[in-house]
Design a protein around this ligand. Structure first.
Ligand code: AVJ
Length: 321
């Protein structure tokens, strides 16, 4: 069977398969080598990420959920009738329930995610738990936002982008995303944005390099996915997971470091690695209130509220258009 047939069998579109190939070829040809983090999230990667959120060292998910429980009732009071909750990069939609419970008269929930499997599983679970809620999933890349389904109705749109996923984007891409979201959501929109805050490396680094090695498996999974989906011949034992705090850029970085000199093949293409050379697989930017305000305002939003959790501290901002 062709690559495209294989991709279809896995429920992946030809477009997605081609986009992964393009990103991999461009990323391995670049110096330093890099790969966009969105390719982590195949079915196995999404499962590994769920496991990360339960690790003792990975505080962001727990801290944000606790903070959301505290602020959601008050913020939901501003949604108004027939509001539509639009979640970007929804994944397993676990935090969504906190907002849904605080806003029982939402007209619809539109989860947008790149992983069709994660999206369908989450939609099925939510329909069961909230039978009165219209769940209208949208498979998509939040960097190329589409049009909201008409069935969502005309109520106020509330964007929801938790989990500090915005931290994976470059400053320019983050601003573009917030501007595109403002356009997609329409007039009088609200937007709930979750960010991780700058803190000591002694807390940050273990969150991205846990004792059980789950984050290492998550990082290496992107090479396993390339071998399986694209036919590369990465030797997974020859790469090591690295997590680094980049102080100047205020970001955690994940890399995959080649432990020996080697070549990796993709069809007729050959990519060379020096020993110690890395593929930069993720940046996770950390913020403070001033940085969030500057970013939101540059994209045309007003910051209506900025709430901070207990330590290890994360923040939620409520934006209004
Ligand atoms: C889901 C992108 C927010 O950057 O903290 C977790 C992904 N990477 N451990 C993050 C991730 C390594 C996570 N985001």
């Amino acid at each position: 069977a062709s690559d495209a047939d294989e991709a279809r069998r896995r429920g992946e579109s030809d477009d997605e398969h081609e986009a992964f190939r393009r990103d991999l070829v461009a990323g391995l040809a670049a110096r330093p080598k890099s790969l966009p983090p969105k390719w982590f999230y195949d079915a196995r990667g999404s499962d590994l990420f769920e496991a990360i959120t339960r690790l003792p060292e990975y505080y962001p998910t727990r801290q944000e959920a606790a903070l959301l429980r505290r602020v959601a009732p008050q913020w939901a009071g501003r949604f108004g009738p027939d509001a539509v909750l639009v979640e970007l990069g929804s994944g397993a939609s676990e935090k969504t329930r906190i907002v849904l419970d605080a806003a029982p008269d939402l007209a619809a929930y539109v989860p947008i995610d790149i992983s069709p499997t994660a999206l369908e599983d989450a939609a099925a679970r939510l329909r069961q738990a909230y039978p009165a809620l219209r769940v209208l999933p949208l498979v998509g890349d939040f960097e190329h936002m589409g049009v909201l389904p008409a069935e969502a109705g005309q109520g106020r749109r509330v964007g929801f982008f938790p989990g500090s996923t915005i931290g994976n984007l470059t400053p320019e891409a983050a601003e573009t995303l917030l501007r595109d979201a403002r356009e997609m959501l329409g007039p009088d929109a609200l937007f709930i944005l979750g960010v991780d805050l700058i803190k000591e490396p002694s807390v940050l680094v273990p969150a991205y390099d846990d004792a059980q090695g789950v984050t290492a498996r998550f990082n290496l999974n992107v090479l396993a996915r390339a071998n399986r989906d694209l036919g590369t011949d990465f030797d997974l034992d020859a790469f090591a997971h690295r997590a680094v705090w980049n102080e100047a850029e205020a970001r955690m970085e994940m890399h995959l470091e080649a432990l020996r000199p080697m070549t990796v093949r993709l069809g007729k293409l050959v990519f060379r690695f020096a020993q110690g050379e890395t593929i930069h697989t993720e940046s996770s930017r950390k913020f403070d209130e001033a940085r969030v305000r500057a970013l939101a305002e540059a994209a045309g939003w007003r910051v209506e509220a900025f709430e901070v959790s207990d330590a290890p501290r994360v923040a939620l901002a409520l934006l209004a258009s």
